[in-house]
Design a protein around this ligand. Structure first.
Ligand SMILES: *[C@@H]1O[C@H](CO)[C@@H](O)[C@H](O)[C@H]1NC(C)=O
Length: 420
């Protein structure tokens, strides 16, 4: 018997689909697919799924359903988005985005393997390279003025549409989304704002001038378009992203993924303006059965009269805003916040805000095929934080949202965009 396992392309960007198929199996043979990956810290992630060959001895993950394992049904990329950490509460994050890809090993077993696969011998294997940067891309470490980050440039002279990428409470410099977006033709600055190099160790306040400096740095770059800057942001980063949209006229297209519509926890400062934060209450923490904590009930409602002064004036935003909401976000009441922001825009007669809601998606909506991280350790917390999300629905949201984000930036960052 000659099994033939094919997975193509063998080397691709991490957000590109892979076509997996097997031929040469006995008719109706049950098989197990296993995927495994080791991150740069040595943490192991794996997934498996059971399939049955048809009468011609073939399995094609684009057409055939999994009967069991980490997912069921037709999910061509299920083995990727259902990767789970061997040690609980680890989050898969690519660190060095330029020099190496993630290596995903696919193993095929000619039976249904429920037990530990470590000792079983696969009948076929293939290793796939999943890259977070494209050929010819450039990464430039940024240490200019106060700005700390990494700028990714596509190959060629440009000018390219410029985007700033902001993560949240994780701190430090997170590059994988910026580099992947840059691989699609954008100049993207992954911007650190605390817990990195000489930046403050903890976020004591959000000083908007720091972010304005980063915007102006991009606008002065010869390979970046002058017509305005985009922002892609998540969680606390999306609160800052929304503040940038409100107060910085150079920011013309902002993507806020599961963020806030008001200033929370630490004050926002911009020139003479100081916006006081809405406080949170630790005693409202809920402990989930997994041992992780649900913090979404700790934050007061920005609609309360006392909190009005902390709500961001979205109606002042000159540009477009795309709110991306996972309806199973267990970390923030992001749907309430986004709805409130869009309502506030509409009550001022503005249609510049749009909301994409994803049923079943959790807090950490990332580029496609990134495995769902349901809960993980986060700096400053003594327990893991619950992020939420149903794996299949979350994966579908990531695929859809990533396309929409790119369309949004292409439409509103192009120099010929309508000024009306
Ligand atoms: C068997 O599966 C292959 C791959 O999915 C498909 O192309 C073929 O049409 C199937 N054959 C039958 C008889 O269903």
């Amino acid at each position: 018997l000659m099994f033939q396992l094919t997975a193509t392309p063998a080397s691709a960007l991490a957000d590109e689909p892979v076509h997996i198929r097997v031929t040469g199996l006995p008719p109706f043979q049950m098989v197990t697919f296993k995927a495994s990956l080791k991150d740069e810290k040595g943490n192991l992630f794996h997934s498996k799924a059971f399939y049955r060959a048809n009468e011609t001895g073939k399995v094609d993950l684009e057409q055939d359903p999994a009967f069991g394992g980490d997912y069921v049904g037709v999910h061509p990329m299920g083995l990727f988005w259902s990767l789970k950490p061997e040690r609980a509460f680890q989050r898969l994050l690519k660190q060095d985005v330029m020099a190496s890809p993630f290596l995903v090993t696919l193993d095929l077993y000619d039976s249904v393997c429920f037990q530990d696969l470590a000792t079983a011998q696969p009948t076929a294997s293939q290793t796939l390279q999943r890259w977070f940067s494209g050929p010819g891309m450039q990464r430039m470490q940024i240490r200019e003025g106060r700005v700390r980050g990494a700028l990714f440039l596509p190959p060629g002279e440009g000018p390219f549409p410029g985007v700033i990428d902001l993560f949240g409470g994780i701190g430090g410099l997170v590059e994988f989304r910026a580099s992947l977006l840059s691989a699609h033709g954008f100049a993207v600055l992954a911007l650190a704002y605390f817990a990195y190099e000489d930046l403050p160790k903890q976020l004591q306040e959000v000083e908007l001038e720091y972010f304005e400096e980063a915007v102006n740095l991009l606008l002065a770059h010869p390979k970046i378009q002058k017509s305005g800057i985009g922002v892609i942001s998540v969680c606390k980063g999306a609160e800052i992203g929304l503040a940038m949209a409100c107060y910085l006229k150079q920011v013309v297209a902002t993507v806020c993924i599961n963020g806030f519509n008001a200033i929370f926890t630490v004050p926002l400062r911009y020139k003479d303006l100081v916006v006081k934060p809405i406080h949170s209450f630790k005693e409202h923490i809920q402990i989930h059965v997994s041992g992780a904590v649900r913090i979404c009930h700790c934050m007061e409602d920005p609609r309360d009269e006392l909190n009005r002064q902390s709500v961001l004036p979205v109606e002042k935003a000159q540009g477009r805003i795309l709110f991306i909401v996972g309806e199973n976000d267990e970390c923030l009441n992001s749907r309430v916040y986004a709805e409130q922001a869009v309502d506030q825009l509409q009550s001022h007669g503005k249609s510049s805000g749009r909301m994409l809601m994803y049923p079943g998606a959790g807090h950490l909506i990332e580029p496609p095929y990134a495995p769902l991280c349901y809960a993980s350790w986060s700096p400053g917390f003594s327990r893991p934080i619950l992020w939420g999300g149903d794996p299949a629905a979350h994966a579908a949201a990531q695929e859809h949202a990533w396309e929409e984000i790119q369309k949004f930036f292409r439409q509103y960052l192009s120099p010929t965009r309508s000024k009306l």
